[in-house]
Design a protein around this ligand. Structure first.
Ligand SMILES: [Fe+2]
Ligand SMILES: [Fe+2]
Length: 155
C-alpha cells in the first residue's frame, strides 16, 4: 500500500515544520542502519505508522502518532561511534529521545510515552500505553528489520 497525495499532505501538515528544525536536521548526520540516516529512518517509521493505522482502521490520533514516530529516535548521536555515553544504546536511547523531544518541542505526555516505549520488549518494563505507542513500536520493528536486511544483502 502506498501513500496517496492526500496522505502525504496530512503527514506534511503535522511534521512539515519539525522537519526543518535545526535540531531535527542533525539526525541527517547520524547513521541508523547501513546507508540510512537516523532522519531517513524516522521518516520511514512515520510512513509505516501512518499506513499501519490507515490499513487496519485503527483511528489513532494522527498528530500524536506522527510526532511520536518522527521523534522516536531523536537521541542525537551516532550510536556506532565508540563512546562510554553510547554504551547500552538499545536500552537508554528511547528515554534520551523522549527527553530531547520534550526539551525542544514541549511534546505532550502521550507523545513522550510513545517515544519512551518504542523499544519494547527490549526495554521490558516500558510497555506501550496507547494505540499510537503500539503502532510506532511495531512500525519501528518492521522498518529496522527491512533496513538491516537490506544492509546485509548489499554486503
Ligand atoms: Fe529506537
Ligand atoms: Fe527506530
Amino acid at each position: 500500500m502506498r501513500l496517496t497525495e492526500a496522505d502525504k499532505k496530512k503527514i506534511e501538515d503535522v511534521i512539515g515544520a519539525l522537519r526543518m528544525h535545526s535540531a531535527v536536521c542533525r539526525m541527517q548526520r547520524y547513521v541508523q542502519h547501513g546507508e540510512v540516516s537516523t532522519f531517513e529512518h524516522c521518516e520511514r517509521v512515520v510512513r509505516a505508522s501512518y499506513l499501519l493505522d490507515k490499513t487496519l482502521h485503527l483511528h489513532s490520533n494522527k498528530k500524536d502518532l506522527l510526532m511520536g514516530a518522527f521523534l522516536h529516535d531523536f537521541y542525537l548521536y551516532d550510536w556506532h561511534e565508540k563512546d562510554d555515553s553510547h554504551k547500552w544504546h538499545g536500552f537508554f536511547h528511547a528515554a534520551k529521545a523522549a527527553r530531547n523531544a520534550r526539551a525542544h518541542f514541549n511534546v505532550n505526555p502521550k507523545v513522550e510515552q510513545v517515544i519512551k516505549t518504542h523499544m519494547w520488549p527490549l526495554n521490558i518494563t516500558k510497555i506501550p500505553t496507547s494505540r499510537e505507542g503500539w503502532i510506532v513500536c511495531l512500525a519501528d520493528k518492521y522498518v529496522s528489520t527491512a533496513e538491516t536486511l537490506a544492509m546485509r544483502t548489499r554486503k
